[in-house]
Write a protein that binds this ligand. Sequence first.
Ligand code: 13P
Length: 257
Amino acid sequence: MPQRPYIVGNWKMHGTRAMLSEARAIDRAAQRHMKVEVAIAPPYTLIHPVHREAEQIGVGAQDCHHEDGGAHTGDISAVMVADAGAKFVILGHSERRQNHGESDAIIRAKVEAALAAGLRIILCCGESDKTREAGKAVSFVKRQLKASLPVGHEALAAASERLTIAYEPIWAIGTGNSATVEDIAEMHREIRTLLVELFGEEQGAEVRILYGGSVKPENAGQILSAPEVGGALVGGASLTVDSFMSIALAAAEADEG
Ligand code: 13P
């Protein structure tokens, strides 16, 4: 792996201030596992409080609007999450695509806004079970990624430095059934090929590709040892320090292994 493994917790719509103690515990534990880069994306309301207390972990947002400001009731811009202390933003999560009708074009606009606000990006992609059963998973994911990334050589080069990809097959999210290691390895290899095509040999090799979808302490070691898996985007198992840091530990061991 070219960089430290990256283990990111997506807290989704979980967490009131009572969860700050868990974030603190994750931060303390991360200080003992410096070989792994650990981050969490709590709900918007906890970004600033977690940022204020965190000494080691990265703090990010789960989404942002594509405009800096304006008449968009209930929305939050990239500039605002950066101001609250977020250093990265997750974009294109399948729950945003499904529940909020986000198209690739909207996600591309969000990527551009996030880059302009100085944020790093975790760009999600992933196919449905129907697409996989039809044998079209790889072509679907590649098309989705290309359509969500900025256009033009310079814009792509700038994006690559702050980009992480997360492959999250929709049918594996929150179901307890992760993809098989073979399927993960195949998709990550295909994504790597696309990144090299888009960004060139050197920069394309640097972008980390995370896997997400029912990652838990029991399967983390196997998944994180697969080729081209640079870390994990973890939902449910990131909500407690014990399960989340077991995954981080598995990442450290897989990296050494
Ligand atoms: P689970 O780990 O709960 O399956 O969620 C994965 C996910 O969607 C992370 O973004």
